[in-house]
Write a protein that binds this ligand. Sequence first.
Ligand SMILES: [Fe+2]
Length: 353
Amino acid sequence: MIAEQRIIKCRDSMEELDSFFNENNINNAFVVCGSTFDKLPVRRYLESYFGKALTIFSDFSPNPAEEAVFKGLDVFNACNTEFDIIIAVGGGSAMDVAKCTRLRSGKKKPLLVIPTTAGSGSEATQFAVVYRNGEKVSIDDPELLPDIVVVWPDMLKSLPMYQRKSTMLDALCHAVESSWSVHSTGESRKTAMKAIHKVLENKDGYLNNEDSGNAGMLEAAHLAGQAINITRTTAGHAMCYKLTTLYGLAHGHAAALCTASLWKYMEDHLSDCIDSRGEEHLAGVMQDLKNAFGDIGFHGLISELNMERPHPKNDDELDELVNKVNIQRLNNHPIKLSKDVIRKLYKEILEIN
Ligand SMILES: [Fe+2]
């Protein structure tokens, strides 16, 4: 089942959000936001609605460290005010910090999220990612699922191009990985396919920063988030995190490079299928995915975006990448992947001969 969340649309007016705050007697808020908050119209809106009853926490970096959650929690607990709501404004990182802050606070305050990127789908999931000593820690808990999602396409207006492309790729990888996950269901696959079609329909408008393209991409990313909330991600996400920590590649960019290599490998090795539904099921899913991308194909779409690949400095980095793959996520993958195969895939991703 896809969990129920309230969706509030802010396209032409703020009426629905105003009424939500009014009707629920929400008079003060703890806001977790990224560094772009100052430039966004949401800041003016929240300040004019809440006035001084607004506590802002933004002391964290992208791909946040666990300490950032502890700091957020300190600020949350140090205030004399009993907050009526926690609001996250930002991409995956801000949402994940807010989700963990609420969980760790032990207080069941409503969590409202306003995504400022169309990609992570974190607004639709019950999991969060933080980093402990540079290593990724995944938290999976029903209490992490936000209660209210505000879909506000204007938030995407000032998104820089690299982030715009990478977050779109993140949403696409969520939809692709969810489709082939061993945990996929009829419902999750339908949602994932809808997400892929919506990404492709809105890609050009979104890359040109048009209002309807931005609105469509937010919807697509949300659908892809709903799909992975059912299935979890697979090898693409298991392999991509270390590329981000080693080379500073944006998460979606790294995930897309991994997913592209995996896709080719899987097509050639369907007989290594470990999904209990069998090789035929997987072949059907792969065909559906191929059809969904049409002429451009997943690989064509990535090439069209013209993004640079990282190049490792030495063999130790390759060893590190192979050894740091998240084994748990590999279990969701429908094809058996040995360490040797993963090494081969990383070599292809990094263009090492
Ligand atoms: Fe992702």
